[in-house]
Design a protein around this ligand. Sequence first.
Ligand code: PGA
Length: 256
Amino acid sequence: MKDRKPLMAANWKMNLSLDEAGDLLERVRGAEVDFTKVDVLVAPPFTTLQLANSILAGTDILLAGQNMHWEAKGAFTGEISPLMLKEAGCSHVILGHSERRTLFFDTNEIINRKVDAAIEAGLIPIVCIGETLKQREEKKTFDIIRSQLDESFNISRQRRNPPESLVLAYEPVWSIGTGKTATPEQAQEVHLFVRRWLEGNLDHDSGETIRIIYGGSVRPDNIKELMAQPDIDGALIGGASLKADSFLSIIKFYEG
Ligand code: PGA
């Protein structure tokens, strides 16, 4: 039995109208979820945060941004600051998603600044790492993961933040939106590697406490075998989080 409470996080990406979002959130809010067994989080687009915050008010469901800028305010057209996310009701922010890394050029250095700014502002970053198919085939998975960790936590590490202020998400790029989930063994192997890195670079307790969640084609039919792995502490769910039935059945993995 793991001590770490599982986290099921929905990453809606650039999907759902306000009406669709409202319907989905009402369904999730109305469902019987045992929040002593699982933490539930939703990351809608920025323009849906206000609606989501009002629907989820008074529930245990957490809210996250999908990205942010590292500065508190200023001339950064098109960007959203950590404080704006907090004002919109967010407790978390997804940083370094592979779509941000590849399509919007978020480098490890930029992610590092964002991680630091998020923690500074009191937001919990969900930091995404993961290798491409080419890197896996060239047997570079662990080198890539190590350098993403080394470079994305460079500043934050020195500040010695409490472990609750961080979530890691291992998302192999080749499994995102492709239907190709990593096998539980492939995922576990990387999760353990990440945990060892955390133990070595933060401290043993942090390594044991920080949640490492898996993302990439998570569905109701594969969540249980993933969650059975000792170092998988939840999931970051894209496609399957856009429908209430599939998201809820993933959240309720604990029903067995
Ligand atoms: P997916 O996306 O579940 O649709 O593969 C996961 C993610 O990108 O976070």
